[in-house]
Design a protein. Structure first.
Lengths: 261, 76
């Protein structure tokens, strides 16, 4: 049996906090992104260079998607940094295995790094953050109305006859189903990303360890496949979380931002 | 039955049955996209990215089957 582990391996502990290999990789990756961002924000010019053009293309793409999802320009400008951060984080995290030597470094007697998104804790945390953001915004603006979307007791008080009472009970039941649906959103968002990235890693590992002849050249097409799916899944995760947030709290965001200005 | 044999059979069945529907769905997405491109080749630049995203979403049930079979194999 190959050395494939579903949970991340614990490396060491700082007090009560256990540091796993995926966490270590996430920290290294975040440091790389932050240093790059700090360096790049000083070199922004009116006449863009190559890197700036590439990043502005990404920004333009997400701005278009966010305009289609949210509609209002001020809301788009307010929430776009969140989605761009998410996208950049996921793109770098999914391609972590491509950083030279990162997959071979040892910590003690075990590998020090692991692709961050091939640990399900990481993707579940991101999904909870995204879905939680939508609900927190909705709850801060209209708490009672937002809770009323899920626990629908209003038709029960307005029922005048037995058919209406039946409909009201059905509404309550459907509202409870919506609560399960919100949890299913978290599970589906995180499971999709985790499955793709982990499967890419496992596939390359399996192909490389089939025989001595397949260890060097043969895995390259499969690596390319997992590279491609890494980009696609980063875009899909960002787009779906954008749609969920727009569906739950687009109006709330608009009210909140317009109330401030 | 040996527990390892049961695990391997379960993971294989999970993957085999679970990948039927996503394959059909992705084929439908691709065929519709091809039809649209055939009808109006000028918009193929706009259709292809949308097609890839739609395929990735169709794929997700297959990915869930994959996650389940990986959990069966490596975590339980």
């Amino acid at each position: 049996m190959l050395n494939i582990q579903l949970p991340a391996k614990a490396l060491f502990a700082i007090g009560p906090l256990t540091i796993t290999d995926a966490m270590l990789a996430t920290m290294v990756m975040s440091t790389i992104i932050i240093v790059f961002a700090l360096w790049f924000s000083r070199t922004i010019k009116l006449i863009p260079g190559r890197t700036q053009v590439a990043l502005e293309t990404i920004q333009g793409f997400w701005h278009k998607q966010a305009s289609a999802a949210f509609g209002d320009e001020e809301v788009v400008n307010a929430v776009l940094p969140l989605f761009l951060t998410l996208f950049i984080l996921l793109v770098v995290a999914n391609q972590f295995a491509l950083i030279p030597l990162a997959g071979a470094m040892l910590f003690g007697d075990s590998l020090a790094f692991r692709t961050p998104t091939s640990d399900i804790s990481h993707t579940i945390a991101l999904a909870i953050a995204m879905i939680g953001f939508a609900h927190v915004i909705a709850l801060t603006v209209h708490p009672i109305a937002h809770i009323g979307n899920f626990i629908k007791v209003k038709p029960l008080f307005m029922a005048r006859s037995f058919p209406q009472l039946g409909n009201a009970l059905l509404e309550i039941f459907l509202g409870l189903l919506d609560i399960i649906g919100e949890c299913a959103k978290i599970l589906s968002l995180s499971g999709r990303l985790f499955g793709n990235i982990f499967a890419g890693d496992v596939m390359v590992l399996v192909i490389a360890s089939l025989a001595a002849a397949t260890a060097y050249i043969v895995p390259i097409p499969f690596m390319f496949l997992s590279l491609f799916s890494g980009f696609v899944q980063a875009a899909v995760f960002t787009m779906l979380s954008m749609l969920f947030i727009a569906g739950t709290s687009s109006g709330h965001l608009k009210e909140r931002i317009h109330a401030k200005s | 039955m040996d527990i390892l044999a049961a695990k391997v059979i379960a993971a294989g069945l999970c993957m085999g049955i679970g990948s039927i529907a996503p394959a059909i769905a992705e084929g439908m997405v691709a065929s519709k996209a091809m039809e649209a491109i055939g009808r109006n080749p000028a918009v193929s630049d706009k259709i292809i990215p949308n097609m890839v995203v739609a395929m990735a979403i169709c794929e997700s049930t297959g990915i869930y089957a994959l996650v389940i079979s990986l959990i069966i194999l490596f975590a339980v």
